[in-house]
Write a protein that binds this ligand. Structure first.
Ligand code: GLA
Length: 659
């Protein structure tokens, strides 16, 4: 009987085999080949341009070490392609390399992550090297990430190609997906109604220069301000907290600031240092470029200044309101007189009254900044200062500006391929002009890090200098700039800061399409934390008249801002790195350490910081600065889970060890 049943089953299988396979095939899907280039490439995130199907990012046919390829995906590092496979894939094959089209020879690393585990790592691939084969087993994988990371030489020339890139899958086609969404959790606790004094604890001023320092304090209004030991030559407005006047004697003046309301009183020491340098803490303020681009005008600047007061940003130490490019006359548009008969620089129609503008900014207790170029024109083709440097410095000072961003751009028409001496020359020239005006002007060098500017920016009189090209509001841009600042910490300090470019939080858009930053909430926490640790100038780049609650909380955490404004001015270094985890730390004036535990990976990770890497020993109290909460005492290490692209920013105080 049993034997009969088995035979019967055998007959059924043989006869109906093709039909059964067809059914299975329809259920599980027959294996098919899907080119990577046929997926929706708009979801690809990358450092420059847009991902192209069957073309390089410059729209050319692929060419790797002289070999041409017809199909694939052209991208630029850093880049991420997120693919949903949902377990239907069996193999991914491709060849990878740096395209021959790049003018500068780039180097990149191609990586493939399947469900949080690395499945392929090309190692460093350089321009001119033949394409490397990729063959990844996809069985069981739900989410696949195709990553291209810049090599150690930065992003230049990183035109990265995935050629002949094919998925073998069953059933539905793979699809590209957006990054995971995150809830925007407000970590900063609301400010207390009692008075609390924030902002810089040390302030530099030139001998005899007009001084303006506004006491930054949170707490219910009305509030009255006082200063004990206010040096002769200075006055305080007890209603606004503005300290004005001038000091002629070189040296340090210590005083105690007082803020009082009906709920209480706060005190804090302020040091005003005469004659050493300006910007003894990194400048904190706003710049028009990242939101308004060339659409900037006088009204927008005035509204921004008012919004600094109305939104309370001023109570946390934010003070500069800086106009970027496009305020002078564009000579080729012939829409105004570039300079008057005496050669004095003219503002264009959008800035009808510069004096009124700076007066209005100052009367709010804020400072005003402006922009020009050592070239005949600026980056956007507006008039620059070439051969009018002294006149322009004088004009800017007379108008009452307190900050000058001096942007190389148009000067490349004067020297094409500059050596270090040629790079220094126009910056030294403008500094010698600024030294002749009777006003303190913070001098910001902007030339994107050429010629290792951090090595000479200070000698040339710069209070800060850009170390990189322009930032944009993507994680690729922020992380590749921020995490590449390690080598510069030696060169930064009070009065001379490395500048990794402005903040890309809130509504940004460079004048055309104002949109919410494309950074996720955790990426924004990482951005702010890293910029604070790096002692970067903090220049908000968004429309502050439309500050949402999340951005506001991001910009008003006094314990976080204190990391940036600490008088010691120690720029954080990377003290540990493992895979996607990085730990950055800096010393604070009170002997504590500020430490950022960063997770650059696509998934949450546990990160540990060891005391030995921090150079400390013995028990330490650890405080979470974003949440403003003590986390407890730890003996020799601290560890916690950090979200994707997120950070844990802590401060560590030794207990009885003097650390
Ligand atoms: C350069 C600078 C930017 C901005 C623009 C203005 O790109 O790096 O920060 O000032 O010019 O044109």
């Amino acid at each position: 009987m049993r034997r009969l049943r088995v035979t019967w089953l055998f007959v059924v299988l043989v006869v109906s085999g093709p039909a059964i396979w067809l059914v299975l095939g329809e259920r599980g899907g027959r294996e098919r080949i899907v080119p990577l280039a046929s997926l929706d490439l708009l979801k690809v995130e990358q450092g420059l341009g847009y991902a192209q199907p069957n073309r390089t990012i410059q729209g050319r046919p692929f060419s790797i070490a002289g070999e041409t390829y017809a199909s694939g995906l052209g991208t630029h590092a850093p880049s991420v392609v997120r693919v949903a496979l949902d377990g239907r894939g069996s193999r991914f094959t491709a060849k990878v390399g740096v395209d021959d089209e790049a003018k500068r020879p780039g180097s990149v690393v191609f990586r493939i992550i399947g469900d949080e585990r690395e499945r392929y790592n090309s190692g460093t691939v350089r321009a001119g090297e033949p394409a490397r084969p990729v063959d990844v087993d996809l069985r069981g994988i739900r989410r696949l990430l195709l990553l291209v990371e810049p090599g150690v030489d930065g992003q230049d020339g990183d035109h990265a190609d995935w050629v002949d890139a094919l998925f073998r899958v069953k059933g539905e086609r793979p699809r590209t997906v957006d990054r995971p969404t995150e809830e925007a959790i407000l970590l900063t606790p609301p400010s207390s109604p009692q008075p609390c004094i924030n902002g810089a604890r040390i302030f530099g001023v030139g001998p005899g220069s007009p001084l303006l320092y506004t006491i930054a304090a949170t707490g219910d209004r009305p509030m009255t301000f006082g200063v004990t030991n206010l040096p002769a030559g200075l006055q305080l407005d007890s209603q606004t907290g503005q300290i004005t006047g001038s000091l002629s004697k070189v040296g340090t003046n210590r005083m105690t600031l007082v803020a009082e309301n009906e709920l209480g009183r706060a005190e804090r020491e302020l040091r005003i240092v005469v004659g050493v340098s300006l910007a003894l803490t990194p400048p904190m303020g706003w710049n028009s470029w990242n939101c308004w681009g060339c659409a900037v005008d006088q009204e927008k600047i005035l509204e921004t200044a008012q919004a600094f007061v109305d939104s309370g940003l001023i109570e946390h130490g934010w003070s500069y309101i800086n106009i970027d490019d496009c305020w002078t006359v564009n000579p080729s548009a012939a829409d105004g007189v570039v300079r008057d008969r005496q050669g004095m620089l003219q503002a264009n129609d959008k800035f009808p009254d510069m004096l009124r503008l700076t007066d209005a900014i100052h009367s709010l207790g804020l400072k005003a900044g402006i922009y020009t170029s050592p070239g005949p024109t600026t980056c956007q083709g507006f008039t620059g200062s070439y051969q009018h440097e002294m006149q322009d410095a004088a004009r800017i000072a007379r108008w009452g500006f307190d900050y000058l961003k001096y942007d190389w751009c148009g000067y490349s028409a004067i020297v094409g391929d500059p050596d270090r001496e040629a790079l220094i020359k126009p910056y030294a020239l403008m500094k010698s002009c600024l030294d002749q005006v009777e006003r303190d002007i913070v001098y910001s060098l902007c030339q994107y890090g050429m010629g290792e500017v951090w090595e000479w920016g200070r000698d040339v009189g710069g209070h800060c200098w850009r170390t990189t090209g322009d930032i944009v509001d993507t994680w690729e841009s922020v992380s590749s700039i921020g995490f590449s600042q390690d080598g510069y910490s030696l060169f930064g300090g009070p009065g001379h800061w490395n500048d990794p470019d402005m903040l890309v939080v809130g509504q940004v858009g460079w004048g055309s399409d104002l949109h919410a930053t494309r950074l996720t909430p955790n990426e924004q926490y990482s951005h702010m934390s890293l910029w604070c640790l790096l002692c970067a100038p903090l220049l908000i780049g968004c429309d502050v008249t439309k500050l949402d609650a999340f951005t506001h909380s991001l910009l008003t955490n006094d314990e976080v801002l204190e990391v940036n404004q600490d008088p010691l001015g120690d720029q954080a270094r990377r003290i540990a790195r493992a895979g996607y985890q990085e730990v950055w730390a800096k010393a604070m004036e009170d002997g504590s350490k500020a430490v950022g535990l960063f997770n650059r990976s696509e998934f949450p990770e546990r990160i540990t910081v060891q005391w030995k890497d921090l150079g400390i020993h013995g028990p330490h109290r650890v405080r979470d600065l974003w949440r403003q909460q003590d986390l407890g005492e730890f003996e020799d290490h601290f560890e916690d889970k950090v979200p994707r692209h997120g950070v844990l920013l802590v401060r560590m105080n030794g207990i009885g060890t003097g650390d």
